[in-house]
Design a protein around this ligand. Sequence first.
Ligand code: 5GP
Length: 184
Amino acid sequence: MSARGKLFVVSGPSGVGKGTLVSMLAGRDDAWVSVSATTRAPRPGEEDGREYFFMSRDAFLEKAAADGFIEWAEYSGNCYGTPKDKVEEQLAAGRNVVLEIEVQGALQVKEKLPEAKLIFIEPPSMDALEERLRGRGTESEDAISRRLATARVELGEKMKYDYTLVNDDLDEAFRAMTGYMASI
Ligand code: 5GP
């Protein structure tokens, strides 16, 4: 039987580019990227089962009550959770698993599965983050302000992570992240 896979959790403020970094991992065969469930509405171009499993709040809370998530959290007014079964299945099959989740969820994972390694992605500055969030053009002004306030709180939690990197240059950040993962 193969050894159990390793579990990596990637967090960082909204707009920091963690989605891009994690999607660069998805094309490789050394890691399986988990698809979360959420109650937020799909953004243009997002597909059910690809970016997220989109669920109603009732269905989400029912799954949470049935212990169907490794962790879940409320973020900017919506619920997000990591489905338990598939992650367990992949780890048991010896594949490394990557979760791209926010800070409260990451800390829940560390509590339940202390062997998980938490990776925090930082923006070069708050100004750079704001610029990226606006440039994305997917959020209302209200949502941008909420996400920036949350980002300040999240940055305050980075010392609880096992590894921190700054996403200034995408290729460099990807090299740092995969280098760290390979060292575990
Ligand atoms: P977005 O709405 O921009 O796709 O995601 C908002 C935040 O939710 C991001 O920080 C993202 O990493 C986080 N997130 C995505 N899936 C999960 C999950 O399963 N659990 C938790 N706790 N956070 C998640």
